[in-house]
Design a binder for this molecule. Structure first.
Ligand code: B12
Ligand code: SF4
Length: 595
């Protein structure tokens, strides 16, 4: 590539979760919890949006001067294009954001026909993409090697994993918090190939590792720890434990270096079952996302597994389970769909996601539905899994039911299981108590960890095992993690939706006293402050509901990060020159927008 090559990597423009010419409202917020998990939980729903991780990974791993433009408003995007002197613009987008990508590409073609447009992300599975979004090249797979190839660089050069804070913004009971929590991207795709799964089919039912060994993962953690003091990580890997050797090595590295990092991850039931709960606790899994999908065990990954027992076991050991279920599968009828929803609720996972069955292009499900002639002409912009079904379901012909049943499922989970925030705190503190007891009983029984067998085994006859220092550090870390949620219990109790939820909040407070002693003055004050901010949030929410809206939509801040720039762009939003390779500019306040 020429000397003047400059790459802009951008997410699609905001606002997000607001219905307009280019985007959708509900189901398309730039949030996980409020959008898909603690939806319908009102002020109890923690609010978090997340940076567009892939952009930073790619920017870190190419050699050309690159800018990452994350969450631009339209003006941010056009200003950056006008002032940055770019030769290439890469747009990352998912299927429902295709019209946003289109608007950006049309602008580039009109104003800067010389700029090469590169597309990437899940939106590239759209079969007729070229007709909708003009572009010069599209990456349908892994982006780092693709970009390196595109720019004539060494595809096999070692991967540098960025030190990334995951959330772009965070609110709890209306109070703005400082985002913490790191991000790891160990790999893409999943070998299991469940028929509906777009993340598996996009990578041809293969796993594409980015961090190949446990040592690579550990070093990515260490780097983030040193750079940004991050010790807890959300792991962007569809089935992290499906590579058990890597997970074992990661644990061994943490033990050797005395670093009890903590992980939130996705994994399928059969892989969790095979590794066992003791291993997960030792590894530091704080939250695991399991696709339970349906009581009728329609997918091989859950067949023959007692999911209720598995989830109970995990949660008793302090691992928060986020169980996800798919609504409107082929076997669902208006009667049994509620049995299925009730079954998922009866699993008593701390968190539950409901999502509508969606045959995305490229999946086996899509092919099957196409062959049966059952795909409906629903525009891609509506294909976000929380709206109208995109295939004909004979038992649910009315699109209003697709939205209504999904919403009622969330509401039922909330009213029966209580707020997710209390469930999470309850699981963490109950597990802390249990894990401490287990630690003590193992010590008394002379048991030690066997990394081969992944279980605690008796020490050699006549020998007493060395103290399990790593587990002691892990328990201290777990106590710290649990303590963070303690102040939220007071507003959870005050604003509880019913008696059962209030009892659960009170019971959780009691467990905290048992595990961590009486709450400090600081925690009391924080709890009281959250009651006041919660009250303001409650009023805001009420006002929105009066105006017919389900929730408050918050916008993440726009952020510009430059890599390998040797000069400041002409009149860009940036005002200071880079000290080293990278600089971050962030707008001071995330805007709040109601929809
Ligand atoms: C984090 C995440 C989010 C975050 C978004 C953060 C953000 N800033 O965009 C939150 C929680 C807010 C979110 C929300 C939603 N999400 Co989401 N999300 C994910 C998740 C779990 C991880 C994405 C990730 O970072 N992966 C790790 C990176 C490294 O991988 P990657 O993004 O695929 O990027 C690689 C390649 O694709 C490629 N690439 C990507 N972009 C580009 C660009 C260029 C130029 C190039 C060359 C290459 C390239 O290179 C990268 C490195 O190899 C994925 C599932 C998954 N495992 O990917 C779902 C996923 C992307 N989300 C999805 C959906 C549907 C949604 C929602 C609509 C909610 C919903 N109903 O589920 C909303 C939409 C929000 C919005 N307004 O856009 C779908 C997309 C389906 C589709 N076919 O488009 C996915 C695949 C989940 C699923 N299985 O259905 N999501
Ligand atoms: S186990 Fe999960 S990630 Fe893997 S194919 Fe099935 S649904 Fe997709």
């Amino acid at each position: 590539m020429g000397q003047n090559t400059r790459l802009l990597l951008t997410s699609v423009f905001g606002p997000y979760g607001v219905k307009d010419e280019w985007g959708e409202d509900l189901g398309c917020q730039m949030e996980l919890l409020n959008n898909q998990i603690t939806r319908c939980q009102g002020i109890h729903s923690p609010r978090q949006s997340y940076w567009s991780f892939a952009l930073y990974l790619m920017a870190e791993n190419v050699s050309v001067p690159t800018t990452v433009l994350d969450f631009p408003r339209w003006e941010d995007f056009t200003r950056e294009v006008e002032t940055g002197g770019y030769t290439h613009v890469g747009i990352s987008f998912i299927v429902p954001n295709v019209l946003k990508a289109r608007r950006m590409a049309l602008y580039l073609r009109e104003k800067h026909p010389e700029i090469r447009i590169l597309l990437g992300g899940y939106g590239t599975i759209i079969p007729d993409l070229a007709e909708i979004v003009p572009h010069d090249a599209a990456c349908t797979g892994e982006g780092v090697s693709w970009l390196r190839r595109y720019f004539g660089e060494d595809e096999c050069a070692p991967l540098r994993h960025p030190a990334l804070v995951g959330p772009a913004s965070e609110y709890l009971y209306g109070k703005k918090l400082k985002p913490s929590g790191g991000i790891l991207m160990p790999g893409l795709g999943c070998e299991n190939g469940c028929a509906f799964c777009v993340t598996s089919h996009k990578f041809n039912k293969c796993y594409v590792p980015l961090l190949r060994t446990g040592r690579d993962v550990f070093e990515a953690c260490l780097h983030a720890d040193r750079e940004k003091r991050l010790t807890g990580f959300s792991v962007m890997d569809e089935n992290f434990l499906k590579q058990p050797q890597r997970a074992r090595e990661l644990l061994a590295e943490m033990e050797t270096h005395g670093k009890p990092y903590v992980f939130d991850l996705f994994s399928s039931a059969e892989t969790i079952q095979a590794l066992g709960v003791d291993f997960l606790v030792r590894l530091g899994v704080r939250m695991v996302w399991i696709g339970v999908e349906s009581r009728f065990a329609t997918h091989p990954k859950t067949r023959g597994i007692d999911l209720k027992a598995l989830i109970r076991d995990l949660q008793e050991h302090g691992i928060i389970v986020q169980a996800s279920m798919i609504l409107f599968q082929d076997h669902h009828t208006p009667e049994n769909i509620w049995e299925d929803i009730d079954w998922v609720i009866s699993l008593e996972s701390s968190l539950t996601q409901f999502m509508n069955y969606t045959p995305y292009p490229g999946t086996a499900l899509y092919r099957a539905k196409a062959e049966e002639g059952r795909l409906k002409p629903v525009h891609y912009r509506h294909q976000h899994g929380q709206g109208e079904l995109i295939f004909d379901h004979p038992a649910f012909p009315d699109p209003r039911d697709h939205v209504r049943i999904l919403r009622e499922a969330f509401r039922r989970k909330y009213l029966r299981g209580g707020p997710g925030i209390v469930n999470m705190a309850h699981t963490l503190v109950r597990g802390l108590i249990r894990n401490r007891q287990d630690y003590e009983s193992r010590r008394r029984a002379n048991l030690c960890w066997n990394a081969e067998q992944l279980q605690y085994v008796p020490a050699e006859p006549g020998q007493s095992p060395a103290p399990d220092r790593f587990m002691r550090m892990r328990l201290l870390m777990s106590a710290r993690m649990a303590a963070r949620l303690r102040p939220a219990l007071l507003p959870a109790w005050v604003f509880a939706p019913n008696r059962a939820a209030r009892r659960k909040a009170a019971e959780t407070m009691r467990l905290y006293r048992k595990a961590l002693g009486r709450a400090s003055l600081g925690d009391h004050l924080k709890g009281i402050a959250l009651v006041f901010t919660g009250l303001a949030e409650w009023a805001r929410l009420g006002w929105n509901r009066l105006r017919g809206r389900e929730s408050i939509v918050r916008q993440p801040p726009c952020r510009i990060t430059r890599y390998r720039w040797t000069e400041a762009p002409a009149a860009a939003t940036v005002t200071r020159v880079l000290e080293d390779l990278q600089r971050t500019v962030q707008s001071p306040e995330p805007e709040e927008q109601q929809s």
